[in-house]
Design a protein around this ligand. Sequence first.
Ligand SMILES: CC(C)(COP(=O)(O)OP(=O)(O)OC[C@H]1O[C@@H](n2cnc3c(N)ncnc32)[C@H](O)[C@@H]1OP(=O)(O)O)[C@@H](O)C(=O)NCCC(=O)NCCS
Length: 208
Amino acid sequence: MRIVIANASHIKYAQIISDTITDSAKVRGTGIAKRTPEYIQKRLQNGNAVIALDGETFAGFCYIEVWGHNKFVANSGLIVHPDFRNLGLAKQIKEHIFKLSREKFPEAKIFGITTGLAVMKMNYELGYKPVTFSELTDDPEFWKGCQTCKNFDVLTRTEQKMCLCTGMLYDPAAKAKATDKKEVDGKVFKRLKSIKEHLFLKKKNKDE
Ligand SMILES: CC(C)(COP(=O)(O)OP(=O)(O)OC[C@H]1O[C@@H](n2cnc3c(N)ncnc32)[C@H](O)[C@@H]1OP(=O)(O)O)[C@@H](O)C(=O)NCCC(=O)NCCS
């Protein structure tokens, strides 16, 4: 398995990356923003993405997106092909993209929003902390990315204050560093997710 910084030679993988994201969103039934092949193609060429390949076979992908005039970066679009899951690959990809983000944007706060327990655990271990959406970028272009998520109406209803996703932030200026190994209690994140689903989706169903 090779995990490398993506370049123009990887454009041929844009379709499978896009399809894998779409299929995973269907299987999970929860919100994942759609990413078209054209959108992925751009990310494969700008030096801000990593791709995992098993020989010539696509295995995983993640990219860095820059927001709010370089004050924030997000590690987005993490996807591992179903054939390569539960092998620790996402963890390796996250470590690569986190390192690349720190090298290229050392002053930037790194953030993400996710409903995925796996991602919350990995972020937490890298030194991210759960935060309210008000601590994340207010760049409207970032939030526009949520429009293709099936829970977008929740975000609109709460005036962008909260949604099913949990916001997580790594602040390079904060004292706690990623080098401190952190133990994660997955039950806490699971409970948070179920409370949010109860609150937001119950209301949504009532409204319908
Ligand atoms: C989420 C995803 C990236 C995980 O990839 P993976 O390579 O199987 O993950 P890893 O094997 O590296 O596991 C990393 C950690 O997450 C945990 N994990 C993996 N899948 C999990 C799941 N479905 N639920 C809870 N925890 C999970 C692992 O146990 C591991 O934790 P540990 O280090 O404490 O053992 C992959 O399932 C995927 O692509 N899913 C669809 C897309 C998606 O949900 N992307 C995130 C959008 S926010």
